[in-house]
Design a protein around this ligand. Structure first.
Ligand SMILES: [Zn+2]
Ligand SMILES: [Zn+2]
Length: 69
């Protein structure tokens, strides 16, 4: 094992306010994987303060689709 970088890890906290983000809860992410809670994303008008990218709803982890909407 060559310990080192950790990448592509699902962020579990909002980068702005530090709020915990559930895997299946609402979260917003930019193309650089900056992750924010819905409250912050809304307050920032869905624009990433780090890279200026658009914040979009983070896709949920694959789950069984029992019923929709
Ligand atoms: Zn936040
Ligand atoms: Zn970003």
């Amino acid at each position: 094992m060559t310990g080192g970088t950790v990448s592509l890890e699902m962020r579990t906290r909002c980068e702005r306010c530090g709020a915990a983000l559930a895997d299946d809860g609402p979260a917003f992410i930019c193309s650089y994987e900056c992750t924010f809670c819905a409250n912050c994303a809304d307050g920032m008008e869905h624009t990433c303060p780090n890279c200026g990218g658009e914040l979009v709803a983070r896709p949920r982890r694959r789950a069984q689709e029992t019923s929709r909407g």
